[in-house]
Structure formats: structure tokens, C-alpha cells
Design a protein around this ligand. Structure first.
Ligand SMILES: Cc1cc2nc3c(=O)[nH]c(=O)nc-3n(C[C@H](O)[C@H](O)[C@H](O)COP(=O)(O)OP(=O)(O)OC[C@H]3O[C@@H](n4cnc5c(N)ncnc54)[C@H](O)[C@@H]3O)c2cc1C
Length: 400
């Protein structure tokens, strides 16, 4: 007899874990299972990010992200404090380094007002007090509520709490597809469900296709690599220094983050990658997948969709330390090559492209059948949004 659950969550990243917690809260006596292809939680995006709890200033008030980011950050910080997990509300500065960025600075301040987020324009003296080594450009914003958190500790505590409350975790369990109504085909054989929530991150679109959904989307993985400041230059950055982002892409640009351990990371890049788990040069590349991604990238490059050609040139160039340094120096002019030491920290952002509009999807997307909900494009700030995003997902499930 196959195992049967009332609810199955596929994926034990932050989205799957917070969704499982919300389902458990609303249905305490339901049989709840979390299926994860790896041997533990948070081994992909949720354990490989910058660990920044974003305040929500980047998102227009009409977006899904805006509705869940600021309140999600507050909930995540509260969870960390209650559970004794390291979190530090250290604030961040966003620096404009060119006059052309001033309209975006105004847009960010408008977002802050509309989303009820604390943010202020600061002058060069205030900037000097917060970040003495930062570049003095035409404008700067200070966001006092930005925090850094130990993301790995968050996901493992969520797992411990859920397992203690009776949620069953099945690790090394790859969900391969559906086998008739209410039954999954997995590497552990058939597993039955009443309702399924697909939180499979970089593979959420693949799983959604087994349910006849997600045909409008293709996925492009973008690789985020980081450098680290050497011990000797670590004090050049006090907290977080971010550039003004290009709001036509979902990426925030290379930034400096003093993480919870006190180390300062520089990055991440957003380099088009050839595999959804291609963290190294060739690691995690499946030939078939690489071919499909390669064709998609070539099409986007030729058609220059979403200014893709410029993005690709600029980001691929960052495999060279000198190019990476040049970008980082715009924020921190005294930075020298010797200040940046290599690190093996790397993550992949699974970014959806809409094949009809040919644009990068900028927001979270939920699609559903009568017995399944699929979380697509759970890109940044999905870690920050975690708990509140999960509430909205489960609200949608209950509405159906
Ligand atoms: C470099 C980088 C920096 C970032 N910085 C930040 C930041 O500072 N702040 C922030 O809020 N967000 C940040 N993000 C974004 C954030 O990390 C992600 O949005 C978030 O972690 C996504 O969570 P997830 O649960 O959807 O995906 P994941 O954590 O990838 O989890 C999905 C899980 O599903 C499993 N899975 C996939 N397919 C299957 C299958 N078929 N069967 C079983 N299991 C399966 C995977 O093994 C994986 O464990 C960053 C992301 C990256 C890559």
C-alpha cells in the first residue's frame, strides 16, 4: 500500500518549510508530508543566499512582493529572536553613483512611502557616519530596518519544529511526476496525497508541467558568485552597501553585506548559467538541460529581450576578478584587488521568462489545479517574505 498524506509539500527550502508550518497551523490533525530530493533542508537557494532581510523598498505597491516583504521580514526577525537564532538589524545604504540613477532613487522613495517602509535620503555627512568608505555620489538612501540573519539556522530550526509536531520529512525522495489522480511517482515509489503544494524552487516549473501547468514559462538559471573581503579590509564596510538597481531586471547588483558571522561578502553576480544547480564551472550540468537552456539563452540574446545582451555581457565579464572589482569599486572606491579573497559561496536564481511576452517575470507566481498549488518564480526576496508569503499561498489554497 502506498503511503498517503492529506497534504504533501514538495521541496524543503524556505517556501516549502513555511508553507508546511502554515498548513500545520490551520490543519493540526492533518497528515502532512514534506518530500525533498536532497538529504537535508535548505541545500539550494535557501541555504546559499545573502541572508539579508529586505525592507521591501524595491517593489511597487501593486506587486505581490510588496504585499509580503516588509511584514515577512518582521515575522522572520521575530521568529529568529524567539528561537534564539542570530539576527542583526543593521540597516543598509543604497548609493546612487550617477545622475541617471536619480529617477530610480525617487521611485524607491515613492515605494517606501506607499509600502509604509522607513527610508530616508541622507547627505554625504550622514553617509560618512554610516559607511565612511562608501562612494559619495549624487544621492543615497538609508533603510534602518534591513537586517541580516543566519538563513541556514532558520531552515534547520523550522524543520526541527515541524518534525517535532508530527510532520513527516522524506529525504532523498525525488518527485518524478504524477501517477494518476492524487498519486505521485517518486524515487521512493508511489506516494498518495489529498492536496499537493509544489515548492520545488528551481524545478517548480518542471513539476508544474506534470500537472499541465506552467506552459507559458521557461526557466533561466542565473549564477550568483561572491568574493569576500580579507580580514585586513573587513572594516571597510560597516553593514550593507547596495547600488541603485536596474529596475528593469529582478537583480539588485553587486553589493556588500556584512553577514551574521561578521564576514563581508561582495556579490552576487547574475551570470546566465547552464544548469539549475550549476554552482561550479561544470558541476550540476545535465547535458539535456544545458542544451535547452542554451537554446533559450541564444534566443534571448539574439532578440535582445529585456536588454538581455547587455546583461549577459556585463555579467559574464564578472567571471574576471578585474571586472568584478570595477563594479564593486563604484560603491567602495578604495577597494583593491588584494582586498577581495575567493570564496566558494555560490547560489542559483531560478528566473522565469514568460515565453509569450518574452520578458523576465519580476514577481511571484501561483498557479493551481483543483488538488495542487504551484509556487513559481520564488526569487528574492522569498527568503525574507517566507512566513507571510506562506500565509498568502495557503489562503489561495483555502479559497479554492
Ligand atoms: C545568490 C542568491 C542571493 C539571494 N539573496 C537573498 C537575500 O539576501 N534575501 C532574500 O530574501 N532572498 C535572497 N535570495 C532568494 C532566496 O534565497 C530564494 O528566493 C529562496 O530561498 C527560494 O526558496 P525556495 O524554497 O523556493 O527554493 P529552494 O531553497 O531552492 O528549495 C527548493 C527545494 O526543492 C527541492 N526539489 C526540487 N525539485 C524537487 C523534486 N523533483 N523532488 C523533491 N524535491 C525537489 C530542492 O532540492 C530544494 O531543496 C537569494 C538567492 C540567491 C540565489
Amino acid at each position: 500500500m502506498p503511503k498517503v498524506f492529506d497534504f504533501i509539500v514538495v521541496g524543503a527550502g524556505i517556501v516549502g518549510l513555511t508553507v508546511a508550518a502554515e498548513l500545520l497551523k490551520r490543519h493540526p490533525s492533518a497528515r502532512l508530508g514534506v518530500l525533498e530530493k536532497e538529504s537535508g533542508v535548505g541545500l539550494h537557494a535557501s541555504g546559499r543566499n545573502s541572508g539579508v532581510m529586505h525592507c521591501g523598498i524595491y517593489y511597487g505597491s501593486d506587486t505581490f512582493k510588496a504585499k509580503v516583504c516588509a511584514s515577512g521580514a518582521r515575522r522572520m526577525i521575530e521568529f529568529a529572536r524567539t528561537e534564539g537564532i542570530a539576527v542583526k538589524q543593521c540597516g543598509k545604504v543604497i548609493l546612487a553613483t550617477a545622475e541617471e540613477q536619480l529617477p530610480t532613487v525617487d521611485k524607491l522613495m515613492r515605494n517606501a512611502r506607499e509600502n509604509d517602509i522607513r527610508a530616508e535620503r541622507i547627505d554625504s555627512q550622514q553617509l560618512g557616519e554610516l559607511e565612511p568608505c562608501a562612494a559619495k555620489g549624487p544621492a543615497a538612501i538609508y533603510c534602518p530596518d534591513t537586517a541580516v540573519i543566519d538563513s541556514a539556522a532558520i531552515v534547520s530550526r523550522l524543520k526541527e519544529n515541524l518534525a517535532r509536531s508530527g510532520v513527516e520529512f522524506i529525504f532523498d525522495c525525488h518527485v518524478n511526476g504524477v501517477h494518476g489522480k492524487g498519486q505521485l511517482q517518486t524515487s521512493h515509489g508511489k506516494i498518495g496525497y489529498g492536496y499537493l503544494v509544489n515548492c520545488a524552487g528551481a524545478y517548480a516549473d518542471v513539476l508544474a508541467r506534470h500537472f499541465g501547468l506552467g506552459e507559458d514559462y521557461a526557466l533561466v538559471p542565473f549564477k550568483g558568485i561572491y568574493w569576500k573581503l580579507s580580514k585586513a579590509s573587513n572594516s571597510k564596510v560597516k553593514a550593507n552597501i547596495y547600488p541603485v538597481p536596474d529596475v528593469s531586471t529582478p537583480f539588485l547588483g553587486v553589493h556588500f553585506t556584512r553577514v551574521i558571522s561578521g564576514e563581508v561578502y561582495v556579490g552576487p553576480t547574475a551570470i546566465p548559467a547552464f544548469g539549475r544547480e550549476n554552482y561550479g564551472i561544470f558541476q550540476g550540468i545535465d547535458l539535456n538541460e544545458a542544451l535547452n537552456i542554451g537554446l533559450l539563452l541564444a534566443g534571448m540574446y539574439l532578440r535582445n529581450e529585456s536588454n538581455f545582451r547587455n546583461l549577459a555581457h556585463c555579467e559574464m565579464g564578472k567571471y574576471r576578478k578585474s571586472n568584478f572589482l570595477a563594479e564593486a569599486r563604484q560603491l567602495l572606491p578604495t577597494l583593491e584587488a588584494a582586498d577581495m579573497v575567493p570564496t566558494n559561496k555560490a547560489g542559483i536564481r531560478p528566473q522565469l521568462v514568460n515565453v509569450k511576452t518574452r520578458k523576465l517575470e519580476m514577481d511571484y507566481i501561483l498557479v493551481a489545479t483543483d488538488d495542487s498549488m504551484h509556487v513559481l518564480n520564488a526569487i528574492s526576496p522569498a527568503f525574507t517574505s517566507g512566513f507571510v508569503f506562506a500565509e498568502r499561498i495557503v489562503d489561495q489554497i483555502e479559497l479554492r
